[in-house]
Design a protein. Structure first.
Length: 388
């Protein structure tokens, strides 16, 4: 009875409420969770934030078990955060129903059908390499910016997470491989936005020629290798993109001379597809191939996959959302990504309650609509009816 009387008193007082605007709206800005970093975030910020998701203590990469202590150490030269360690062993490029795996298989198919002398394929080499492998073996100068702690993930002063698949080039040449493709995850301390992420995937291709190959052609070894390289990669571009206009751009890389970039005219824009060139003779000499010449190319799988599949954000490649993964279940090229909402929206209605502060705890509130807004003079508080 007392409660009914209180309710009656409350509603009888409504004639004394000062009615304000019938409909008001404001937006509550709630920081996104760690899984949806803003475009202005950087890998440096990522390193400083506490990684709250559970991280496996031991991973297996290429048949090699790697513990967290092997990578994330209390070492003054170590700059590898837990979130980067958690990406080790994911091997997106080895998943046949993932865009990166689909693209890798399509490139493999091109080389298998275009060359009778099959290319050896490596896609599970360990991403932990020495500084010598990552830089010295491919002639990266000692003062090159890529060696800095701002650009490379160092496990210790002599060990890094590979910055490129070229880190395995000299080793495979020394082992006697003359035609090979290397695919793998690579790591660079880069800013994070829709086109950049500190972990991405590359493919490296190498072909070695002997004197018998170019002497029969009547041209010098460098010209022979460059012509064969361009013919190979133009065919690859047609295999992936169809009949497109192409152009070659002269450029510079420490490990090739001459060096080129291949661009294609696709969807009304010139798109850089890959970098390549004739391998520096010093690399071949160090690998025991004094009388040979070779070409090499490198391409970023994400860069091409974003174009081929119409994927607008590089971070989507790491998504486990079924709305993303199910779109590529057939494991084929030709699929165009269909965007979906990043959030699930729910509407809740509330009756009279005190005006809240613009906080939402760990929840994400996008918009609050005020249907009615009153001031209750007895409690000296704003009250409203709203929908969230």
């Amino acid at each position: 009875m007392a409660m009914s009387l209180a309710q009656a008193t409350l509603f009888s007082r409504t004639s004394l409420f000062l009615s304000r605007n019938g409909l008001r709206r404001f937006t509550v800005c709630v920081p996104s969770s760690s899984s949806s970093s803003s475009s202005s975030s950087s890998s440096d910020n990522l390193c400083r934030k506490k990684w709250r998701q559970p991280v496996a203590s031991v991973l297996e990469v290429g048949g090699v078990k790697i513990s967290r202590e092997d990578v994330v150490r209390d070492d003054p030269t170590n700059n590898v955060p837990d979130i980067i360690f958690s990406r080790l062993g994911m091997q997106l490029h080895r998943r046949d129903q993932h865009p990166l795996g689909i693209l890798k298989n399509a490139i493999f198919e091109y080389f298998d059908t275009s060359y009778s002398n099959k290319f050896d394929k490596f896609d599970d080499l360990c991403p932990i390499v020495s500084v010598k492998q990552n830089f010295d073996d491919v002639l990266v100068p000692a003062d090159h910016v890529s060696r800095s702690y701002n650009d490379t993930y160092y496990i210790d002063s002599q060990t890094v997470l590979r910055c490129h698949t070229s880190a395995h080039q000299a080793e495979l040449l020394r082992k006697g491989h003359t035609h090979f493709l290397v695919t793998g995850d690579v790591y660079r301390r880069d800013s994070i936005d829709s086109t950049h992420y500190p972990v991405f995937h590359q493919m490296e291709g190498v072909r070695v020629f002997s004197p018998d190959d170019w002497e029969a052609s009547g041209i010098d070894s460098t010209s022979y290798a460059a012509e064969d390289l361009k013919k190979c990669l133009e065919g690859l571009a047609r295999h992936l993109f169809g009949a497109v206009e192409m152009r070659w751009i002269d450029t510079y890389f420490p490990f090739t001379n001459p060096s080129f970039e291949l661009e294609i005219y696709f969807q009304d824009n010139w798109l850089e597809v890959l970098g390549c060139g004739v391998m520096e003779q010093e690399i071949l000499k160090r690998s025991g191939k004094v009388n040979n010449v070779a070409w090499a190319f490198g391409l970023g799988l994400e860069r091409l996959a974003m174009v081929l599949f119409d994927i607008p954000d590089i971070r989507l490649f790491w998504s486990t959302d079924e709305r993303f993964t199910s779109q590529f279940s057939k494991g084929q090229l030709g699929v165009k990504f269909k965007p979906f909402s990043k959030e699930f929206f729910h509407q809740m209605k509330f009756n009279f309650f005190p005006r809240p502060k613009n906080k939402a705890g760990n929840k994400k509130i996008v918009t609050v609509f005020y249907f009615q807004y009153f001031y209750f003079h007895l409690s000296f508080k704003d009250w409203m009816c709203s929908s969230v």
